[in-house]
Design a protein. Structure first.
Length: 98
């Protein structure tokens, strides 16, 4: 009877420890899964931020190119089609040529 009681106690203790161990394993797996998802999310946010900053820089450069093109076109048109009086002051001619 003592051996049977000891065996019953040992199996219940083993069963309890096994259930606790399985619960711990599930919790650790969930923790690792959440950590991996957090890392993936952080990398995704970093990529999105880099993409946004790159797009903003490219848009800014495109705007600079557009404005510069318009200014150069206006200056070329003034140089080619503009008329300056022959008796104008030298500084006016110099500014015009610049």
């Amino acid at each position: 009877a003592i051996v049977g009681a000891f065996y019953s106690w040992a199996t219940s203790l083993y069963s309890y420890n096994r259930e606790a161990w399985m619960t711990d394993i599930q919790i650790l797996q969930n923790h690792d899964y959440q950590y991996d998802n957090l890392q993936i999310g952080a990398h995704t946010m970093s990529r999105d931020q880099i993409r946004d900053r790159t797009d903003a820089a490219i848009t800014k450069l495109n705007n600079y190119i557009l404005v510069t093109t318009l200014i150069i076109a206006l200056a070329a048109e003034m140089l080619v089609e503009g008329n300056i009086d022959k008796d104008c002051a030298d500084f006016v001619l110099n500014v015009y040529m610049l």
